[in-house]
Write a protein that binds this ligand. Structure first.
Ligand SMILES: [Zn+2]
Length: 288
C-alpha cells in the first residue's frame, strides 16, 4: 500500500458565532484550480484582506496530497468513488476518505471544487435538487447546472456509484455544491474557482459583499444513449450543450436507423469515440 500522507487543514473563526463552511480542493490530484484558489483565500484571510464576520471556515486545499504531488488523478483508486467511512481501509484513498468524511459530517455547508479533462465552461451537477442546493448552485458562477444524473442511470437499470462527496454530504443533510471550473489546464478555471469561493462566503454571510454570478442555464437530463455498434455515428460534430429541435436527426445507427429528437433540447457530453457499450451522448432540456 502507498505511504500515507494526511491532507493539510486550515480553520478560521469569524468574529461572531455562525454556521461552518467546508471547502475541498484536489479530491482528484490532477486538478489544480481548487488548491490554487483555496490557498489564495487562506492568504487573503491571514493578511486580513478578507475579514470573516461570522461562523467557521474549514479549508482543505489538497484532499489527495500524494496524487497531487504527482499530478495524478489518484494513487490507488478514485477518491470520489470511495467517499465513505471504511472499517477496512485497504488503500490510500480509503484512508483519506476516513478522515475527510469526518470533516463533511461536522460542517453545515460544503463546497467541492473540481476541473475537467475536456474543454468546458464552468458547470455544476445537482444530484438532489432541493431548494437550498438549487439556490446554492445559482450563486457559484457556473454557466450550466445539470440535474437528474442519478435518476437517468436508475432508469437505464444501471447503478451509479454513489460514494462521491456530494452523495455523502446529501446523505448527511448538508447544504452542498460541486463545481467543475473548466478544463484542468485552463488558466480561467483558477479565476472561476476563486470567484466561486468568494460568492459562497458572501451568499452565506461569512463575509460582506454582493455575489457576482452569471446567468445559469439549468438543464435536466432526460435520456442517455449507449453506443451499441462501432458503426453508430453522430449526424454532425455535436459540441457539448448544442441545442436541437424536436424532429431533428441526431445520430445514425449501424443499420441505417436514425435517432430523431422527440423534444427540443440540448446534447450533453457527446463522445463519438465512445467504446461499444459505453455512454455515447445524453439529451437534456433547459428548464424555463
Ligand atoms: Zn474532479
Amino acid at each position: 500500500m502507498a505511504k500515507y500522507e494526511q491532507p493539510e487543514i486550515k480553520i478560521f473563526h469569524g468574529n461572531k458565532k455562525g454556521l461552518s463552511l467546508l471547502i475541498f480542493g484536489a479530491i482528484h490530484g490532477d486538478e489544480v484550480c481548487g488548491p490554487f484558489s483555496i490557498k489564495k483565500i487562506i492568504k487573503d484571510i491571514e493578511s486580513k484582506r478578507i475579514i470573516i464576520e461570522k461562523g467557521t471556515i474549514v479549508l482543505v486545499p489538497i484532499c489527495n496530497p500524494i496524487a497531487y504531488k504527482k499530478r495524478m488523478r489518484f494513487v490507488e483508486e478514485n477518491l470520489n468513488r470511495v467517499f465513505k467511512t471504511w472499517s477496512n481501509s485497504n488503500s490510500y484513498e480509503k484512508k483519506l476518505a476516513n478522515s475527510l468524511t469526518l470533516l463533511v459530517k461536522n460542517c453545515d455547508i460544503f463546497l467541492d471544487i473540481h476541473s475537467m479533462e475536456a474543454k468546458s465552461v464552468p458547470m455544476t451537477f445537482i444530484d438532489s435538487p432541493n431548494k437550498s442546493n438549487v439556490s446554492f448552485s445559482r450563486i457559484l458562477g457556473a454557466n450550466y447546472s445539470i440535474e437528474g444524473w442519478p435518476e437517468l442511470y436508475r432508469k437505464n437499470g444501471q447503478g451509479i456509484s454513489s460514494y462521491d462527496t456530494m452523495a455523502y454530504a446529501e446523505k448527511h443533510s448538508k447544504k452542498c455544491a460541486v463545481i467543475e471550473c473548466g478544463q484542468h489546464k485552463d488558466i480561467n478555471s483558477k479565476k472561476v474557482a476563486y470567484q466561486t469561493i468568494i460568492n459562497t462566503l458572501r451568499h452565506f454571510g461569512f463575509i460582506d459583499g454582493k455575489v457576482k454570478s452569471k446567468k445559469l442555464s439549468e438543464i435536466r437530463m432526460k435520456k442517455l444513449f449507449i453506443k451499441e455498434n462501432k458503426k453508430d455515428f453522430l449526424i454532425k460534430n455535436w459540441k457539448n450543450f448544442d441545442s436541437f429541435k424536436k424532429g431533428d436527426i441526431l445520430a445514425s445507427k449501424s443499420d441505417g436507423k436514425k435517432i430523431i429528437a422527440a423534444f427540443n433540447g440540448v446534447i450533453i457530453f457527446p463522445n463519438e469515440k465512445a467504446k461499444v457499450g459505453t455512454e455515447w451522448f445524453y439529451l437534456g432540456t433547459i428548464k424555463q
